[in-house]
Design a protein around this ligand. Structure first.
Ligand code: ATP
Ligand code: MG
Length: 443
């Protein structure tokens, strides 16, 4: 900006000077011609006018005749000398020339003197004028602009410093708050300085809350696992101790207790293998083994395995399948998921009841519905049944032999296939689980 302003100022100053000189000297050039001054005649009037012109601009006026000889120099130093230069030659061809020398700070103009009758160029007037005044003024202006520049720079730096400091202050505050809160805790942070920081703090608080919930469920899971694993061991210990405490125990009692111990070992085994399945499923899709599978066959196999258990309790097990279905699934995991649903249908049923499994398909998904005529699930328990170790009636479930991990495994397996699972149940009437799985597996 400074450069543009100064350049503009200087150009205008010089231009104004040039126009002034031009208008003044044009008139004198005509008089030089009419008074035959150029042809050697003396004229007091012209002489004084030339000196006046030179004085007016504090400069020098030179008159050159057609022989390139200087006939008048207001400085009086170059008279009778010859002058041949580009500008002079150009002027004899009838052109005005203007030459502004910025470094030496002067303006030189050549004006042709024409014969008033033939209008031929018969001489030249050269006017050199110093432009120091314009240059000085421009320099003074430059200094003022420089001072302004410095003041502005300092001001901008100060404002920038202040702004950046005050703008980033809430963010340092956030950092401090986050550090103060540390890990998962019930504390929340609040930075109401800007809308952005407020939203950030709120989002962080929500995240904290989610982490807290996760942490709670993790702790609950760990305590559940320890408890569940300890229960069979405690039973075994009690059984073994009571045998050891007696002498001469009859073989029948040994057999009975050993049978109980074997049962507890089976139970412990089931919990451990269920936990392992869950952990495997939680480890994201890294170890899924997707293959094109015949779903009808897969379900028939599950039913075949469960039929003896159903028969024991006199429960009718029926499969309804409408179409052959081929889908991309992890056979082992899906078998685990569906087995548990059907097994639940049998386990939590009344003797003489029924379990209906139906299989359906559309262009994108296949659907498995497991309906039973069993005891149903109370409405308030329905949202919890997919949680690990959750059982509606703990004493009853234990008697039936559940660990509460089955539906958690089922849900993980369904989600692993990007499917969905829903439950509809009425206490005392029965339960329906519906599972929807995409035919094509998506990574
Ligand atoms: N079809 C059903 N009818 C009635 N209650 C059910 C049914 N399915 C599940 N439940 C209830 O939901 C609880 C959780 O089921 P889940 O399959 O997770 O555990 P489980 O059957 O007790 O043990 P596991 O399947 O690990 O042997 C059960 O304990 C039971 O109370
Ligand atoms: Mg189960």
């Amino acid at each position: 900006m400074k450069y543009v302003i100064l350049e503009n100022y200087e150009t205008q100053g010089v231009d104004q000077k040039r126009r002034l000189i031009q208008s003044q000297s044009q008139q004198i050039a005509e008089e030089v011609s009419t008074s035959s001054y150029i042809r050697g005649e003396t004229s007091q009037l012209v002489d004084s006018e030339l000196i006046q012109l030179a004085n007016l601009f504090n400069g020098r006026v030179i008159i050159v005749n057609s022989n390139f000889r200087i006939i008048r120099d207001t400085y009086g130093i170059d008279e009778d000398k010859y002058i041949i230069s580009e500008e002079v030659l150009q002027s004899f061809l009838g052109k005005n020339s203007i030459n502004y020398n910025k470094d030496y700070r002067f303006l030189e103009m050549t004006i042709p003197v024409r014969n008033e009758e033939s209008s031929e160029v018969e001489g030249i007037m050269i006017i050199s004028v110093p432009t120091t005044d314009v240059n000085d003024a421009s320099e003074a202006l430059g200094n003022t602009v420089l001072i302004l520049q410095i003041i502005l720079t300092v001001l901008i730096c100060a404002v920038a410093f202040y702004m950046s400091h005050s703008l980033t202050k809430p963010f340092s505050k956030i950092t401090r708050s986050l550090e103060a809160v540390g890990g998962v805790s019930e504390e929340t942070i609040s930075i109401p300085d800007y809308t952005e920081t407020k939203l950030l703090a709120e989002a962080y608080n929500r995240m904290l809350q989610r982490m807290q919930t996760q942490e709670d469920s993790r702790q609950e899971f760990v305590s559940n696992v320890s408890h569940e694993l300890k229960t069979p061991i405690t039973s075994m210990k009690v059984l073994a101790d009571s045998l050891l405490a007696q002498d001469n125990v009859p073989v029948e009692l040994y057999k009975e207790f050993m049978g109980d111990i074997a049962e507890e070992i089976d139970r412990e085994n089931k919990i451990i293998s269920d936990l392992l399945s869950l952990v495997k499923m939680d480890r994201k899709s890294s170890d899924v083994n997707i293959q094109e599978t015949n779903i009808n066959q897969l379900i028939e196999l599950i039913l075949k395995r469960l039929r003896p258990i159903a028969a024991q309790r006199d429960i009718e097990l029926v499969l309804e399948s409408f179409k052959p279905i081929i889908a991309e699934v992890d056979e082992t995991k899906l078998t685990l998921a569906l087995s548990n649903l059907i097994e639940n249908g049998i386990k939590y049923n009344n003797a003489g009841g029924w379990v209906h499994v139906s299989l359906n398909v559309d262009s994108k998904y296949f659907f498995v519905k497991v309906e039973d005529s069993g005891m149903g699930i109370p409405a308030e328990a329905q949202e919890h049944i997919f949680e690990r170790f959750y059982r509606v009636d703990k004493s009853h479930s234990r008697e039936i032999g559940g660990t509460g991990l089955g539906l958690a495994i089922t849900r993980s397996a369904v989600l692993l296939h990007h499917g969905a699972i829903k439950v509809y149940s009425k206490e005392g009437e029965g339960t329906t689980f519906t599972v929807r799985i995409p035919l094509k597996y998506v990574e």
